[in-house]
Ligand binder design. Structure first.
Ligand SMILES: NC(=O)c1ccc[n+]([C@@H]2O[C@H](COP(=O)([O-])OP(=O)(O)OC[C@H]3O[C@@H](n4cnc5c(N)ncnc54)[C@H](OP(=O)(O)O)[C@@H]3O)[C@@H](O)[C@H]2O)c1
Length: 268
């Protein structure tokens, strides 16, 4: 059975992490454009000015929904702080006011791409990387699902922004590959356990021109990787945010996936 189109709903609560720039900003704008009126959109990242710029763009795309920007460092958030952000955003409304909730785990960092795997021996560096990219993602997810339970909300969708790096090893990308693999496995377990209760999509956007892309171009140590990324920049084959999020929206609208699937931009 195809997954339900999340935009074909009465009233939606949508939260996007890493919404202050890059892919997350485009997700916020393009999802907002399709949300029914009176929906509520929670935008999370550290930069409040970046979030406010996203809000301005998203509100221009759909003036009939409400936006809340919340500046939060997701490196090591406290569970109760995350819970408080969600409750405050609801502003007295019951979670059961919404027939569809969407949580997009877009936040991410690429880690140290100058260090080969054989030299990745610093425990606190590993901890910090996993804390932002895996642990806090699972913690936010748990807090969100605690508020928006299956009893209160009919349709629940969780989108994990993942990468080919979570499936295949890429030289100089140790932290990133390990983090994306662990994060995606968490969402696959979730999809299996909650079959029928919620829908999970792991979406891999392909190489996209954002700050993260240039961080790789400028710092990646491996010569082959450097050549691939430099060529994508110079030949302009790197994707734009609109292109890849257009594909994500198509996948969600058509429901052409099963909960827990990994769907890549380059899949047919
Ligand atoms: N770009 C690509 O080629 C590519 C390819 C495959 C997958 N992806 C994935 O797509 C997602 C978005 O990537 P992007 O390229 O748009 O990255 P980006 O331009 O570097 O943006 C990262 C986002 O995460 C937020 N963020 C970073 N550290 C944070 C922290 N400690 N606390 C809260 N928010 C934090 C940033 O906001 P603040 O700095 O304001 O906090 C920003 O909004 C990531 O999961 C990435 O792995 C990207």
């Amino acid at each position: 059975m195809p997954a339900k189109n999340p935009f074909d709903s009465q009233k939606v609560f949508c939260a996007v992490t890493g919404a202050s720039r890059g892919i997350g900003r485009t997700i916020a704008v393009e999802f907002a454009r399709r949300l029914p009126s009176d929906s509520l959109c929670l935008l999370l990242a550290r930069s409040l000015s970046g979030l406010n710029d996203t809000k301005t763009l998203a509100a221009a795309a759909n003036p009939d929904i409400n936006f809340i920007c919340s500046s939060v460092d997701l490196t090591q958030p406290k569970e109760e702080d995350l819970q408080r952000i969600i409750i405050k955003c609801l502003n007295g409304k019951s979670p059961s006011n919404f027939d569809q909730v969407i949580l997009v785990h877009n936040v991410g960092s690429v880690g140290d791409v100058s260090e080969p795997a054989c030299a990745a021996g610093n425990h606190s560096k590993w901890q910090e990387y996993f804390s932002l990219n895996v642990f806090s993602v699972a913690v936010l997810n748990a807090e969100f699902l605690k508020v928006f339970t299956a009893e209160k909300v009919k349709h629940r969708l969780v989108v994990n922004i993942t990468s080919l790096c979570g499936l295949e090893p890429f030289k100089s990308m140790t932290y990133y590959c390990c983090g994306k693999a662990a994060r995606e496995m968490y969402f696959q377990v979730l999809a299996k356990e909650e079959e029928g209760n919620l829908t999970v999509l792991n979406y891999s956007p392909g190489p996209v021109e954002t700050d993260m892309f240039y961080e790789i171009v400028n710092n990646v140590a491996d010569k082959d990787q450097n050549k691939i990324y430099t060529e994508m920049r110079d030949k302009k084959t790197v994707l734009m945010c609109d292109q890849t999020i257009g594909k994500l929206v198509n996948v969600l609208e058509s429901g052409s996936y099963h909960s827990g699937d990994h769907v890549d931009y380059f899949d047919i």
